[in-house]
Design a protein around this ligand. Structure first.
Ligand code: TEU
Ligand code: CA
Length: 598
């Protein structure tokens, strides 16, 4: 029965192809009109918006391009590469934090929200970068880190100086004479303890991340006003939006009770369910966001499919998008420091996760998708296969996935080159506070350090932070000095200069797939349907809009496999694929990706 229905639907689709294509071409040249797709969307549910149609490209400034030979990427470096960025076809650039910071956590510890980190340059460099981007019609999204500040922020210096300082309540303090408060877990503390005793005032302060990242007290209205004013300062400069670091964590029950049993020891989930988080986001929207045409994306730590819409349903006036962790967390051993299950990950589970999340935003809100960022290893190593014969193919296959889903792609710089993990052998090569602390933690507990280091080769964050590979000159053209983190030795072949000149490179494939998405609203707004769902090797789905239907076939394995979609492909038109000749009728070569118009 299902097959019959599919056959009928396909026939209908084929009959309408010629007529619909003409319709679509017309539609594509017209300015985007608000439309409602997919069921009972409310008035604004699926309205078209510039940021829904955008491709976000994430730059880790420290690792992108060094302009002055100190081994650290900087703003002038990014400005010097704007033509490259434009050539990619992307729309929005998300910059990891560039604010003043002592760099305990590479800028996620901010000491002045309205200053620029010395290593990265000056405010003038920032203004030039922003102008250079706007001149090229590129938008700039900054990283808002307001769950915590640096302990070197003036607010914290004041706050810790005495119990009655006016800034005392900008942070969370617990007087030591009351004994130690209920446990809170720190993600970056050697002992995992989020309470640190500060002797000066004989009180504990709260830090979900490192000791140098004290949590700000959002329950204090004065603090909130300062944050909104700071946001307006950046918007007034012309910044186009914010990515919001661990924003679900901002609100805390300041009586600090024990973690309720219902959280089952899941600290992220507990932290993400603070009592007033939505009240504060609505206030932020009213005081800052709603006054500008900007986009926002929450780092959705602790957010599940059940509460995602509470953040991004347009009717609630909070944020535009969030990115979840369910996909990238697949395959770790439970309660481990990112140790991977030796059995690998199940593609069926992977498909279920991304399909479930597509469903969340079918009628309201809007989704995001990513496989790599500065907190993740390189996507080709983690989700594809970085062995020499498969690196390029599997990287292109994953890129195809990211650009054909109904969600804004958040694409991480370097992935367009097929950059892969550096896989350090020694702890001394790591710079990341997470890896260094977890190593120490494992050591203190008498854990298996060899197992930890082996796992870090695949999952450690520094793998995604090695310098960007520009060309085959010393240090990949990233710096004339000594790079702050080692350059991946494969830069001699994996680099922009080489790939620019190769029509079949990952880079040029990336440009084609970006263009395909931008030229075809069906890939942006079209309904998503998972096919062949129990197939352990293939991810297959269709996208449909206004009579157009696209089929995407992705082989996630290093062997030939077949997709059983029930769709006859003899008449289908191949729009793009990562092999020169696509395999006939659903037979897929290793890591093959193919996009068909049905
Ligand atoms: O990450 C928040 C977060 O959940 C981290 O714990 C991160 O996912 C980690 O890699 C999990 O093991 C954000 C930033 O993206 C990250 O770079 C910062 O270190 C962190 O917040 C603190 O600001
Ligand atoms: Ca520099």
């Amino acid at each position: 029965m299902r097959k019959l229905l599919i056959a009928l639907a396909t026939l209908g689709g084929l009959l309408c192809v010629a007529a619909c294509r003409e319709e679509n071409r017309k539609a594509m040249n017209e300015p985007a009109k608000p439309v409602a797709v997919g069921g009972e969307a409310n008035a604004d549910g699926n309205a078209r918006k510039w940021w829904k149609e955008a491709v976000v490209y994430q730059i880790y400034p420290r690792s992108f391009k060094d302009s002055n030979g100190d081994g650290i990427g900087d703003l002038k470096g990014i400005t010097s590469k704007l033509d490259y960025l434009k050539s990619l076809g992307i729309d929005i650039i998300w910059l990891n934090p560039v604010f003043s910071s002592p760099n305990d956590d590479n800028g996620y510890d901010i000491s002045d929200y309205q200053g620029i980190m010395k290593e990265f340059g000056t405010m003038q460099d920032f203004d030039e970068l922003l102008k250079g981007m706007h001149d090229r019609n590129l938008k700039l999204v900054m990283d808002l880190v307001v769950n915590h500040s640096s302990d070197e922020h003036e607010w914290f210096k004041q706050s810790r100086s005495s119990r009655d300082n006016p800034y005392r309540d900008y942070y969370h303090w617990w007087p030591a004479e009351k004994g130690k408060p209920a446990a809170r877990r720190s993600f970056f503390d050697v002992n995992g303890d989020a309470w640190k005793l500060d002797e000066k005032t004989n009180s504990y302060y709260l830090h979900y991340f490192s000791q140098k990242q004290p949590d700000l007290n959002w329950e204090n209205p004065k603090l909130r006003e300062e944050i909104y004013a700071m946001m307006r300062f950046w918007f007034d400069k012309g910044v186009d939006g914010f990515r919001m670091d661990v924003i679900p964590f901002i609100s805390k029950d300041t009586t600090f009770p024990e973690m309720p049993a219902k959280y089952n020891g899941d600290w992220g989930r507990f932290y993400g369910n603070g009592p007033h988080v939505h009240q504060y986001l609505q206030e932020m929207n009213k005081e800052a966001l709603s006054k500008y045409d900007v986009m926002t994306v929450a780092e959705g730590a602790g957010v599940t499919t059940e509460d995602a819409l509470d953040y991004v349903d347009a009717d609630r006036h909070e944020l535009n998008m969030l990115y979840h962790f369910e996909g990238v967390s697949l395959g770790y051993l439970p309660d481990s420091l990112k140790i991977l299950d030796p059995k690998g990950y199940s593609l069926v589970e992977f498909k279920n996760i991304y399909s479930k999340w597509d469903g969340v935003f079918a009628n309201k809100g809007w989704g995001t998708i990513y496989l790599g960022n500065h907190d993740q290893p390189r996507m080709v190593t983690r989700w594809g296969n970085d062995a020499p014969q498969w690196r390029e193919l599997s990287s292109k296959m994953l890129t195809t996935f990211l650009f054909t889903m109904r969600a804004v792609p958040y694409y991480y710089a370097g992935d367009e080159l097929g950059m892969n993990n550096i896989k350090f052998d020694r702890i001394e090569d790591y710079r990341d506070i997470e890896s260094l602390n977890w190593y120490q933690q494992t050591k203190n507990k008498g854990g298996d350090l060899q197992q930890f280091l082996a796992a870090q080769k695949i999952t450690g964050r520094d793998n995604g932070r090695t310098p960007f590979q520009w060309d085959a000159t010393t240090n990949a053209g990233f710096t004339t000095g000594t790079p702050w983190l080692k350059v991946n030795p494969n830069y001699m072949t994996v680099n922009v200069a080489a790939e620019d000149n190769d029509a079949n490179s990952c880079l040029n494939y990336f440009r084609r797939v970006v263009k395909l998405r931008k030229d075809n609203p069906v890939l942006i707004y079209g309904k998503y349907t998972l096919l062949d769902k129990d197939n352990p090797n293939v991810y297959a789905y269709t996208r449909e809009l206004d009579g157009r239907k696209i089929l995407v076939l992705l082989n996630f394995k290093d062997k030939p496999v077949s997709a059983n979609t029930g769709i006859d492909l003899t008449e289908a038109k191949l729009l793009l694929g990562n092999y020169l000749t696509a395999s006939p009728n659903g037979q897929l070569q290793p890591y093959e990706a193919a996009i068909y118009e049905l």
